[in-house]
Design a protein around this ligand. Structure first.
Ligand code: NAD
Length: 343
């Protein structure tokens, strides 16, 4: 029995992880901290509301976090909290560096002072930059960081901060860098829920011109199980990649959505790429499989189709969110490049 602090707990992956942890560790105290930005919602935790201590606050608020760590005798900290949308980062990079870098650093300070048993940081495949579409190369845990967008760069900087707190202060950290997640409760700005909700409204699906650009996909439940595995069995100071090896292009995702909903291909509409649109990411996730025995379980095709059906059945969840996103996709077009997409 322990206490676990989950930051970003009201977001997409954080809320799935809280649900997973409550199910698997029913005696633990779960403290769910979230700043409730446009991307976070308490309704994501509605079914476990009586099982978690929800705190509305900023992970970078050291006094708040220090109080929570002491009050609940927190042993484990899992840091999901972040600004997570690449398109918003093109328009408002400062917000990403404030939250993802300085917010994480404030959280790290509170954790090292409190002497937590474990600080687990959630990172992304995107810190390594992108791969040519025809490359044989994959990213390993020792690949150099080459972020290309403000979001990627802010996540890369946070990873460096986490490792620095381990090396300098002995904070017991682990990190996971994960592929693209899909599943229920993902804010409808990300590609799969964007396409699903647009299609359900009979609207065009905006497919970037580089529609062959592809991502490695993982069901959010498989990601949550990987994080649990690393918390229980991972080596301190270590980084583990979490991926499936299953890739699909933006075009293929659009086609799957239209096929599942019985809609015509003509709903696809080509739009110009986002500045810095990465071509491809692919992780070598053999370390976590070999050393810790984790494996993804949910097949891509059935997992994606089930997710599309979830959006079809939960209009009440996503409809109120449509106006909440602070970024109008393609807002950078027409603006001078230096204003829309600072290097
Ligand atoms: P999300 O945007 O759905 O959720 C982020 C949550 O963090 C929101 O609830 C938001 O309110 C909260 N938050 C933002 N700033 C905060 C702060 N200062 N203090 C406390 N809470 C704050 O994002 P997500 O898709 O669930 O991603 C979660 C984490 O996983 C992020 O760190 C992201 O970089 C990482 N990740 C995501 C993916 C993916 O495909 N979605 C892949 C790999 C890694």
């Amino acid at each position: 029995m322990t206490s676990i602090l989950v930051t970003g707990a009201a977001g997409f992956i954080g809320s799935h992880f809280v649900r997973h942890w409550v199910r698997r560790h029913p005696d633990d105290t779960v403290v769910a901290l979230d700043a409730l930005t446009y991307a976070g919602s308490r309704t994501n935790l509605a079914d476990v509301a009586d099982r978690v201590v929800f705190v509305h606050g900023d992970m970078g608020d050291e006094a708040l976090v220090t109080g929570l760590l002491a009050e609940h005798r927190v042993g484990l900290v899992v840091n999901f909290a972040a600004e997570s949308h690449n398109s918003l980062a093109v328009l408002d990079p400062a917000r990403f560096f404030r939250t993802n870098v300085l917010g994480t650093q404030g959280l790290l300070d509170a954790c090292r002072r409190a002497g937590v048993e474990r600080f687990h940081h959630i990172s992304t495949c995107e810190v390594y930059g992108d791969l040519p579409l025809d490359a044989d190369e994959v990213f390993t845990e020792t690949s150099p960081y080459r972020p290309r967008t403000p979001y990627n760069a802010s996540k890369a900087a946070a990873d460096h901060a986490v490792r620095a707190y381990h090396e300098t202060y002995g904070l017991p950290v682990t990190l996971t860098n994960c592929a693209n997640n899909y599943g229920s409760h993902q804010f409808p700005e990300k590609v799969l829920p964007l396409f699903a909700t647009r299609a359900l409204d009979g609207r065009a699906l905006p497919v970037y011109a580089s529609s062959a650009n592809r991502r490695e996909w993982i069901h959010v439940q498989d990601h949550c199980e990987a994080i649990e595995t690393v918390l229980l069995k991972g080596r301190i100071g270590e980084t583990y990649h979490v991926g499936t090896g299953v890739e699909a292009s933006v075009d293929e995702i659009a086609a799957l959505v239209l096929d599942e909903l019985g809609l015509p291909e003509s709903l696809k509409e080509t739009v110009p790429d986002r500045p810095g649109h990465d071509r491809r990411y692919l992780l070598d996730s053999s370390r976590i499989r070999r050393e810790l025995g984790w494996e993804p379980r949910i097949p891509f095709d059935s997992g994606v189709r089930e997710t599309i059906r979830w959006y079809a059945a939960h209009r009440d969840w996503w409809q109120p969110l449509l106006g909440r996103s602070p970024v109008a996709e393609h807002a950078w077009h027409g603006a001078p490049r230096s204003a829309a997409a600072p290097a």
